[in-house]
Design a protein around this ligand. Structure first.
Ligand SMILES: Nc1ncnc2c1ncn2[C@@H]1O[C@H](COP(=O)(O)OP(=O)(O)OP(=O)(O)O)[C@@H](O)[C@H]1O
Ligand SMILES: [Mg+2]
Length: 312
């Protein structure tokens, strides 16, 4: 394990328990160089716990974990020096300026003064915060703070950048700006590992997605692969539908329906031939106030795998 330079992270039967209660329950995955991999999952799924083990913030409970070819049980210091981290909780120093935050952090990596100055300038340029160099962090917008946290994580020129919910709480424009920067990093060959609650973000940025729930990995693949495998080409949404009625409808449509899910009173029908189903049902169910046909998305996969609705 860990001998292939192409493999940046390798986890085997990885377990993390808090006071004997497992939060990550023996997961297996690999992250390859220059990939962007996303962990998707509902609150409490174990995403942060997993990434915290990778950046050696938390010791592993059982299993094996190799980061950049190094055993995470034994080489924490070396791993930390080669990995960049944007944690879920913003831990910038609010009273210091943008530049001071960068220089302070550079000192933790023992970067010589002149190198630190130069890196700070480059990174403020990269992240479009040059004109905020002397602004205290507490005066920045949420999006600017998040960009500064990314710049700070890049000070040590990491081979692997880990971002735990990089855009949560940001407005759409601020989010897009961060996506752009992450794409540029990817082009430069940085391996990216991120967690997110935004399906659109995962679909936009990630080459591969791992869907987690209750400490386990439920599915893995590119966004397109996951949509094809679990849903099909199209989804029809109908509401309000009761359970017995849903089963009747699905039975009548027979093989045209690949699967379905009833979430509350909304019935989601999965199909590779949504238009044909649409023709079968449209006009016949006028009491259904919500009827739409649309392309399948990653959100459908997420709902199917982690939702608690009636499903096939
Ligand atoms: N320090 C801790 N002590 C005890 N239990 C913890 C601790 N941190 C997390 N947990 C528990 O471990 C489980 C996984 O939490 P984790 O933070 O990894 O989930 P997550 O997928 O990152 O969720 P979110 O999307 O809300 O950030 C949860 O049940 C959580 O309550
Ligand atoms: Mg989390």
């Amino acid at each position: 394990m860990g001998v292939y330079p192409d493999i940046v992270v390798e986890a085997k039967n990885l377990v993390k328990s808090y006071n004997g209660i497992p939060a990550v329950k023996g997961i297996n995955f690999v992250i390859r160089a220059r990939e962007c991999v996303g962990f998707l999952g509902p609150n409490g799924a174990g995403k942060s716990t997993t990434v915290k083990m990778i950046y050696c913030f938390l010791p592993i409970t059982a299993g094996e974990l190799y980061v950049l070819g190094l055993d995470a049980r034994r080489h924490q210091r070396s791993i930390k020096s080669q990995v960049g981290v944007v944690a879920q909780e913003d831990n910038l120093d609010p009273e210091l300026t943008v530049k001071e935050n960068l220089l302070l952090y550079a000192s933790y990596f023992d970067l010589p003064g002149r190198v630190a100055q130069q890196r700070a300038e480059e990174l403020m340029n990269f992240i479009d915060l040059k004109d905020k160099a002397s602004t205290p962090v507490e005066e920045l917008s949420g999006g600017m703070k998040r960009r500064l946290a990314i710049a700070r994580a890049l000070l040590n020129n990491p081979k692997l950048l880990i971002l735990d919910e990089p855009t949560t709480g940001l407005d759409p424009e601020a989010r897009r700006l961060i996506w752009e920067k992450l794409c540029q990093l990817k082009e430069r060959g940085v391996t990216l590992l991120l967690t997110t609650h935004y399906m659109e973000e995962a679909a936009y940025l990630c080459d591969r997605i791992l869907i987690m729930d209750e400490g386990q990995i439920l599915a893995e693949g590119s966004p397109g692969e996951l949509v094809n495998k679990y849903i099909g080409k199209e989804v029809i949404e109908l509401a309000p539908v009761q359970e017995a009625q849903a089963e009747k409808l699905v039975a009548a449509l027979a093989s045209k329906v690949l699967g379905y899910q009833l979430v509350g009173e909304t019935l989601f029908l999965y199909s590779n031939n949504g238009r044909s189903i649409w023709q079968d049902i449209s006009g016949r169910h006028r009491y259904l106030r919500h009827q739409i046909l649309r392309p399948a998305t990653l959100e459908d996969v997420f709902l199917k795998l982690t939702g608690r609705g009636l499903t096939k």
